[in-house]
Design a protein around this ligand. Structure first.
Ligand code: RB5
Length: 150
């Protein structure tokens, strides 16, 4: 798979851990994050990864900040992105099966490197189930387009 990864200053070490881990599995991982420890702004990297995924050049995106929260909220502001912040693999699995998440976000202050490995394994290897879940994803797209559901 081609994977876009991005992070703020808090996520640098976990980013490199995941890059190496995924490259060992034969994935192509492109770094859109910062490599500097100096404080910076996570929406910048959320936008880069979101747009990389939407370009169609990447199969999935991975984002890392301190909690995973800020960077996921920022990514979800980009039309077409469904970014799920996950701290364990069950949520990662369901984010794919039910929500067709195209980016996963993790918190470098919340989880360790082995948990992050399990989360990305599940995220990258689980398919969307479609069916009734597609209806709900379509409703989210409608909301994104300013439509009312009721
Ligand atoms: C940076 O201090 C921190 O706010 C950021 O990494 C992230 O946790 C925001 O949600």
């Amino acid at each position: 798979m081609r994977i876009a990864i991005g992070n703020d200053h808090v996520g640098v070490d976990l980013k490199w851990h995941i890059v190496k881990y995924l490259e060992q599995q034969g994935h192509e991982v492109v770094n859109f994050g910062t490599d500097e420890p100096a404080s910076n702004h996570y929406p910048i990297y959320a936008e880069k990864v979101a747009k990389a995924v939407l370009s169609g050049e990447y199969d999935k995106g991975i984002l890392i900040c301190g909690t995973g929260l800020g960077i996921s909220i920022a990514a979800n502001k980009v039309k077409g992105i469904r970014c799920a912040v996950c701290s364990e693999p069950v949520s990662a699995e369901l984010s794919r099966q039910h929500n067709d998440a195209n980016i996963i976000a993790m918190g470098a202050r919340m989880i360790g490197p082995v948990m992050a490995e399990k989360i990305v394994d599940v995220f990258l290897n689980t398919d969307f189930l479609g069916g009734r879940h597609q209806i709900r994803v379509d409703m989210m797209t409608a909301l994104e387009n300013g439509e009312s559901l009721s």
